[in-house]
Design a protein around this ligand. Structure first.
Ligand code: ZN
Ligand code: ZN
Length: 214
């Protein structure tokens, strides 16, 4: 149960958690019976609509625009200033900066975003749960890690061929190698080899079962 969760605009329904589950089952049933077609409601949209039960339309718009900024950025991060500047552009209604701040806090509390020193990144939960959505919406921007083949939003990029590697994957892959080279094009890897423990936060999504930490 969501406890004292406040009622959200258009979707002012109680017990968001229970509803999420039944909503998902409802959609699955509809799809399995061929009532809903892929074109009407594809998986990507299902994932983001699951979030819709917890957030208003405008708040969801803020989240999508934040994802745009993250995906368009070089380093997979976006500053709080840039997010606050979205306040005026939101549909269907604008938000005050103060409100944006509050919603941002919720995104962090509910583990959709991670914040560090005023910079926001997508959380592991976000990348896992919205993977299909991210792949569909940002086909041209999103890259797979050359090592683990999961989506890479934060990582190192080969300056020659553009191959991308997560920080933790780079840490493991290059550990102990004297002349690190790109796993794709074999040219010299010019980046500093990251420290595994430090880059824990940007770990790629675990495949299905949670792995034990070593
Ligand atoms: Zn990886
Ligand atoms: Zn390369």
């Amino acid at each position: 149960m969501g406890g004292g969760r406040r009622v959200t605009g258009e979707c002012s329904v109680v017990m968001a958690a229970a509803l999420n589950e039944s909503h998902r089952r409802f959609l699955q049933t509809m799809m399995s019976q061929g009532i809903l077609e892929g074109s009407m409601i594809n998986l990507a949209e299902t994932e983001i609509t699951r979030m819709a039960f917890d957030y208003t339309e405008t708040e969801l718009e803020l989240f999508k625009k934040t994802m745009d900024l993250v995906l368009e950025s070089e380093n997979g991060m976006v500053s709080s200033t840039d997010i606050l500047n979205l306040a005026d552009q939101l549909q269907p209604k604008k938000m005050k900066k103060k409100e944006v701040e509050q919603v941002l806090q919720r995104f962090v509390q509910e583990k959709w975003l991670c914040e560090n020193d005023g910079e926001y990144i997508l959380s592991t939960r976000c990348i896992m749960e919205l993977e299909q959505y991210i792949r569909n919406m940002y086909q041209d921007l999103v890259k797979e890690c050359n090592i683990c083949h999961n989506i890479t939003i934060q990582g190192q990029t080969c300056e020659v061929c553009g191959a991308k590697i997560h920080f933790p994957c780079a840490a493991k892959y290059f550990r102990g190698r004297d002349d690190p080279c790109c796993p794709n094009c074999r040219r010299f890897w010019p980046h500093e080899i990251p420290d595994v423990s430090r880059s824990e936060q940007s770990m790629p999504p675990p495949s299905s079962t949670p792995k034990m930490r070593r």
